[in-house]
Design a protein around this ligand. Structure first.
Ligand SMILES: C[S@@+](CC[C@H](N)C(=O)[O-])C[C@H]1O[C@@H](n2cnc3c(N)ncnc32)[C@H](O)[C@@H]1O
Length: 242
């Protein structure tokens, strides 16, 4: 009950912050987009909707003090970004996967190899259950739901990891460590990489500094939702339709 109350307080705070930063119209678009999740869940027979203060569920976990709220990506904006603005293919990795909503959106968008990382045991279990349910009807997909701190996640060549998605899961300290790991992976393997950072309340991209010089950088505003995309392909295979 206390956890729910804390979540509502943070949501109310975010709403006011969004009004200040994004204005009324964009904030309304963002809020309206949240309701798509219920139809998505019903259609796929999963439960990805809900807001949880993971830092209160597992306060003793070192990752908790750096974590943001656990809430799901809005369905249509992320689907549109993946399907219409980017070239789907390779492995999709969700840093801080929550209940697995973005993983399932990626699956519906055409990815077949999908990984997610979540530190909170209860939420991680929910993501696993959702992916398992999805697999009952889509057995050709491959999901890996890892129960660990995202700072210790290492991308994999064998899995074909190519897309790296962050829906503002944690503070800058954690994000910067993940970005360093990704940069090391890139230096070592020189593979094509696409990093997506979704955050409607801040344009601070400092944690992605390691990619400023040689990655192509784009912003997509879709149905009020802001996505920053960094791609290693300088020829611009990321189509810019905005
Ligand atoms: C905003 S939610 C995003 C959920 C999902 N990516 C989506 O878009 O639907 C962020 C999630 O990241 C998780 N998280 C935060 N810090 C983490 C860490 N250090 N390691 C793993 N997961 C983390 C939180 O528990 C939360 O579930």
């Amino acid at each position: 009950m206390r956890t729910k109350l804390a979540s509502y307080k943070v949501v109310a705070g975010s709403f006011i912050q969004s009004l200040r930063i994004n204005g009324v119209w964009r904030t309304l678009l963002i809020v309206a987009g949240s309701f798509d999740g219920y139809a998505f869940d019903r259609r796929l027979r999963v439960r990805t909707t809900g807001i949880d203060a993971t830092s209160e569920i597992e306060p003793q976990n070192p990752a908790a003090s750096h974590a943001g709220l656990s809430q799901a990506s809005r369905v249509r904006p992320l689907m549109e970004l993946l399907q219409k603005r980017l070239n789907v293919g390779g492995g999709f990795v969700d840093f801080g996967c929550g209940r697995g909503r973005a993983m399932l959106i990626a699956a519906e968008a055409g990815f077949t190899t999908i990984s997610g990382i979540e530190f909170c045991e209860q939420i991680h279990q929910a993501a696993r259950d959702n992916c398992r349910r999805y697999l009952e009807f889509h057995p050709d997909h491959r999901f890996e739901v890892l129960h660990q701190d995202m700072v210790s996640f290492q991308p994999s060549v064998e899995r074909g990891d190519r897309f790296f998605y962050f829906f503002h899961p944690a503070d800058e300290k954690i994000l910067a460590q993940c970005a360093e790991n990704l940069r090391r992976f890139y230096e070592l393997h020189q593979r094509e990489m696409i990093i997506i950072y979704h955050n409607n309340l801040s344009r601070n991209l400092d944690f992605l500094k390691p990619f400023f010089n040689d990655f192509q950088r784009q912003e997509f505003l879709i149905r009020g939702n802001l996505f920053h995309v960094f791609t290693s392909d300088p020829t611009g295979r990321v189509t810019s339709k905005i």
